[in-house]
Design a protein around this ligand. Sequence first.
Ligand SMILES: NC(=O)c1ccc[n+]([C@@H]2O[C@H](COP(=O)([O-])OP(=O)(O)OC[C@H]3O[C@@H](n4cnc5c(N)ncnc54)[C@H](OP(=O)(O)O)[C@@H]3O)[C@@H](O)[C@H]2O)c1
Length: 236
Amino acid sequence: MTNILVTGSSRGIGQAIADQLADRGCNVMGHATRALDDRTIAADFSDPPAPQQLWEEALERFGGRIDVLVNNAGLFDAVPLEASDIEWLDRWEDTLRINLTAAAQLSRFAVRHWQERGSGGRLVHISSRAAYRGDSPAHWHYAAAKGGMVAMHKTIARGYAKDGILSFAITPGFTDTSMAGDYLQSRGGPGLLADIPLGRVAEPEEIADIAVFCSLDAPPSMTGAVIDANGASFVR
Ligand SMILES: NC(=O)c1ccc[n+]([C@@H]2O[C@H](COP(=O)([O-])OP(=O)(O)OC[C@H]3O[C@@H](n4cnc5c(N)ncnc54)[C@H](OP(=O)(O)O)[C@@H]3O)[C@@H](O)[C@H]2O)c1
């Protein structure tokens, strides 16, 4: 059975990914800031050692073998330019740590694990359209973290394909992950739909469809790919 660690699986895209992988017969270990059930490990990525503790606990619970890591956990937190200098810096460092550094720490442990086992493995990174298009003026940090994630992913794909270690990145546009209404409001109101030729935001299940494909089915020659899912709001 395929052992898969999915970060940020308590809600939204991560929950849809974990559910669909379980439906496919995988052994899934989830993660959130709080332990919700015995299939969820608690780790707050704003604490630098937390990703290592998560990796070690997941490995132990899986009996020493992880086959796929899905780096999904993330924070979308606005900080205006007018914030105080220290607040702006604090929020920048939190977002970079949670959205990029934690994924890098986990990816490093995964690559070393697969190298030691000589087994190969798969990484799936949930980045964002913001990696290519940028984000709002209050989200420099978010766009920078997601752009960094794509660069990290490409580096891993190129560096370890020879070891059977494959890396895939997904760059969703707006995806409805909270209660109806709240979602659009939190992203700037209904006006944002005018910018999406499909006429709606993505559903978490659509992003999960892509993540499951990358985790289980994508051919090895696809390693290094970045897959857009944004209703044609950003075509490149
Ligand atoms: N929704 C979108 O429009 C969209 C678009 C492009 C990319 N994405 C990316 O897709 C991923 C999932 O997004 P989503 O919308 O499904 O998010 P979400 O509903 O807000 O869920 C975020 C997940 O990340 C976890 N998380 C948040 N802060 C954390 C921290 N400090 N340490 C560890 N885990 C933390 C949360 O755990 P708790 O429940 O414990 O807080 C939760 O499981 C993110 O990487 C996001 O950037 C989302």
